[in-house]
Design a protein around this ligand. Sequence first.
Ligand SMILES: [Mg+2]
Length: 187
Amino acid sequence: MNLEKFRPALYLSSAYKVDYEALWREGIRGILFDIDNTLFPYYVPHATNEAKALIDKLKKMGFKVGILSNGRSERVQLLKQEFGMEGVSRAAKPLRFGAFRMKKTLGLPASQIALIGDQIFMDVLCANRMGFKSILTVPIDPVNDEKSVMKRRGAERKIISRLNLYPEDLQEAGNSDEDKAIPRKAD
Ligand SMILES: [Mg+2]
């Protein structure tokens, strides 16, 4: 199997550790966010202050931002209001229809859009298929994830290890704690 379609352009420990100034300098103008386990865990019903501060900062920098979530529409609808940004729910990533909708909403070419998410089989594959910059982050709370997501984590860990991926910001910090890089399923 060709694994390159799963390779993220960037792999970081958190969406809050992305160097957004660097993204801007390289020409990225739109950022799409996965929500669950990327900005906060799926069981957190409201936008956190940390996530709101990040989105506000990005808007002030001039980025167009949006949500691309496979989550329920009620949840995404509420978060759209709380963040004051557009979004698509039930996007069925890695399928592209939701991503196409958000690309149109942002009004940007694919080459100027980054998609940040915690799942290789959903977020990274979708971004790579679209020609977006794919940014993979370590899931915030992998041991309390939804059952359907937990099932895929083992396979994701295999791909991450076969692609020889390690979060770049942890590498720089000289941190070799593998458990942080490759989330393990709770036994
Ligand atoms: Mg997610």
